[in-house]
Design a protein around this ligand. Structure first.
Ligand code: SME
Length: 151
């Protein structure tokens, strides 16, 4: 099963209507995205809890590392640069943090609030190599903007 992003965006919009609590929003987005696509083996948020530090937020899948500094990993790179990180082969990414040894590819998107501040990153890991496309990145970025632009 591959995500139908139009349906996913509509479902998430309906479920989260009127909600502005970031954790409630993150938990709902994580659940809906994770179960929408067989490629997604770990799906979750790392929140910016102090300058330069990401801490685990709502997620689905096996356990994730609790703390990631901006200087480390694919998640750190997304938070530091503010740019989407599409990594077809995690072994070729310098500094990749292996929370699960089964992970082969990864997509990490910065999450911005309505003022444009980066409040978190959204990390999706796949056990399949080269699992993610630019279309995934674009559709998911749009969903994140729609949900977190309100807070
Ligand atoms: N692989 C990520 C760390 C988070 S986990 O995979 C859940 C990274 O390199 O930032």
């Amino acid at each position: 099963m591959t995500a139908d992003y139009d349906t996913l965006a509509k479902t998430i919009a309906a479920l989260t209507e009127g909600e502005t609590d970031p954790i409630a929003l993150m938990a709902t987005v994580t659940c809906e995205v994770h179960h929408a696509d067989d490629r997604f083996d770990w799906t979750g948020f790392y929140r910016v809890t102090e300058p330069g530090v990401l801490k685990i937020g709502p997620y689905q899948g096996g356990h994730g590392c609790l703390v990631i500094p901006f200087s480390r990993g694919v998640c750190g790179a997304a938070a530091r640069t503010g740019e989407v990180q599409l990594v077809p082969d995690v072994d070729a990414f310098d500094g990749h943090i292996a929370c699960a040894s089964s992970t082969r590819s990864e997509l990490v998107l910065p999450v911005r609030d309505g003022a444009g501040r980066i409040i978190a990153v959204f990390d999706i890991d796949s056990d399949q190599p080269d699992a993610f496309t630019q279309a995934d990145a674009d559709a998911l970025s749009q969903i994140l903007a729609q949900v977190f632009g309100r807070i």
